[in-house]
Design a protein around this ligand. Structure first.
Ligand code: PLP
Length: 378
């Protein structure tokens, strides 16, 4: 069988630039580059049928709506959602988590209730809960992280209480690369009657994710981290949850009827998609999952595993490098510090050598503080 990675850079026009403008791009956890298949799908939409969705009777409007809904079905298939109405288009992971934090806490919490998070969360899975906890008088509990960079399951087991209303955790750490044993954790949460939100920003692009197999109640992820454009993402939710949650944004298309003093909500998924959506973005995300599926998520995970082993092996041989995160199950994110060197200086030096790295606190203040690494993380 042909190696799907042999000429893969040719799929990405950004790498076909002159040598002096080209870089070795290793900042994929922040955002990925876009293949021609995605750029063409978006350009084709704009140049063949660009129109608003759900409201036009003319042929371009109908074609746009068909393409937009086809993308929803492609994405539902990609994560194995039972029904495509469980796929809500958002602007990204942050937007999806904010939706749940706002709507779920409004519907399901009372003052004094508790939400469980972990110390390895990205700020996107912390701050929305802080805002909701201030609004609804909730408290936040944090699962601690072990020295190996894994979740401390015993600390989780001590946090369950009658006041716990939801557990929100990352599937793969954007700092440590740790892949959390979310299936077992979800089973544990469900045994306490607690629903679980997964932050899939780093997992959905890099490994097969099956929402029915995991049995997660919500899953948020971003298109731009999986070869699709910025400004588009997905919130998956089990139908039963999404049906009972109130919308958090009001506007066109999310209503069935509007009266002077109240409105009636539209059915799923439209209830959560107020206003004109990012139609080209959704079509681009549909094309991105088709592109990733063609390679195969198992194949992608296996390749990343091989590349990560090479990188870790090489880094270990460099004096003064401290690698963070030694989890048994891990993805391709590798994080380190260099003794006596600020991460920004190192990243600038690497850029001068044509290599793009991420440097700083990685949007994870709580974890960076826990690792005593501050802004020194690469
Ligand atoms: N969660 C994790 C684990 C992430 O790595 C990121 C982005 O790096 C986010 C959430 C936020 O994603 P976005 O900025 O696309 O909403």
């Amino acid at each position: 069988m042909q190696d799907p990675f042999k000429n893969i850079k040719n799929d990405f026009p950004i790498f076909n630039q002159s040598a002096e403008n080209n870089i070795i791009y290793m900042d994929n956890a922040a955002t990925t580059q876009k293949p021609t298949a995605v750029l063409d799908a978006m350009s084709n939409y704009y140049s063949s049928c660009n129109s608003n969705v759900f409201r036009a009777i003319h042929r371009w409007g109908e074609e746009s709506t068909r393409e937009y809904e086809k993308a929803r079905r492609q994405i539902a298939g990609f994560i194995n959602a039972k029904e495509s109405c469980e796929v809500i288009f958002t602007s990204g992971t942050t937007d999806g988590i904010n939706l749940v934090a706002s709507s779920f806490c409004r519907k399901h919490t009372s003052p004094g209730d508790e939400i469980i998070l972990t110390e390895m969360e990205h700020h996107s899975n912390i701050v929305p809960w802080q805002i909701a906890s201030e609004q609804y008088d909730l408290s936040l509990k944090y699962v601690s992280v072990t020295d190996r960079g894994e979740l401390d399951r015993e600390s989780l087991s001590r946090l369950w209480s009658k006041k716990t209303k939801l557990l929100a955790l990352t599937h793969m750490s954007n700092v440590l690369g740790t892949i959390n044993p979310v299936k077992a954790i979800i089973q544990e949460a469900h045994s306490h009657g607690i629903p679980v939100l997964l932050d899939g920003a780093q997992s959905v692009p890099h490994l097969p994710v099956d929402v029915q197999d995991l049995d997660c109640d919500f899953l948020a992820f971003s298109g731009h981290k999986m070869c699709a454009p910025t400004g588009i993402g997905v919130l998956y939710g089990k139908k039963q949850f999404l049906q009972e949650l109130p919308p958090c944004k009001g506007g066109g298309e999310m209503i069935r009827n509007v009266y002077p003093d109240h409105s009636e909500w539209n059915s799923l998924p439209h209830k959560f998609e107020a206003g004109t959506p990012h139609i080209a973005g959704a079509i681009g995300l549909g094309a991105a999952v088709t592109y990733l599926n063609r390679i195969g998520m198992d194949t992608i995970q296996k390749k990343e595993h091989e590349l990560t082993a090479i990188l870790l092996g090489g880094l270990q041989d460099i004096p003064g490098i401290d690698i963070y995160g030694k989890a048994e199950k891990r993805g391709g994110i590798v994080c380190f510090t260099r003794e006596g060197t600020h991460s920004h200086d190192l990243a600038q030096y690497m850029d001068s050598r044509g290599i793009a790295l991420r440097a700083g606190h990685h949007c994870a203040h709580i974890l960076a503080r826990e690792l005593e690494a501050g802004d020194f993380l690469i």
